[in-house]
Design a protein around this ligand. Sequence first.
Ligand code: MN
Length: 245
Amino acid sequence: MARLDDVIEELVTANRILARENVVDSFGHISVRHPGNPQRYLLSRSRAPDCIEPDDIMEFTLDGAAVDGRERAPYLERFIHGALYEARPDVMSVVHHHSESVIPFGVTSWKIKPVFHMGASIGHEVTVWDSHDHFGDTSLLVENMDMGRDLAEAVGAAATVLMRGHGATVAGRTIRHAVYISVYLELNARLQKQAMDMGEVKFLTPGEVEKVRGRTGSYGINRAWENWCRRAGRQFRPEQSESRL
Ligand code: MN
């Protein structure tokens, strides 16, 4: 099992990378399932990702209650994370963000689909969850477990979901994997829009998506991670083979 301190350092690095790579801005967050207790997760206090330090990381039960809050204010939308961990034992890290290029695809009939091989990790087609379907007029924020569970149901077995008029949520098997999918979801959306502006788009076929995803192992993800650490000014640490990270 990974040491808790190491997991917290990795989570801080992930926050800085997501900020540097334009997945999150002042808003958005990433969590990791607790390495010693699958019924809990780790997530920063409510703070912009690029500002986050190890002491900001809080521990939550899956229903979103802080274990030792020390009067730190949590993110309102933490229920996204707990609901995903509750529904998906295979998910070890969750990213929620409002990255700019994905938003138009949540409010039109165009679906995000991989337009290049690096986009295959997002899945063959990204589902759109509309909070209005079951909850009517809301602030669009996932502010309780009912909304979190409804979102998790829309995610199903997938790695990505868009949220209409709001953003996206990504589920990964490690912190690095969740960051990887998030970065390429944003880039794929941007490139897809450019391609659509030029004419008819030939997307990757479902078979191509499966073949690329089958090759996306820790080797490629760690290569990207080292580069992103450099760009974010964070120390690169080799992945710990004995851990779920
Ligand atoms: Mn949000």
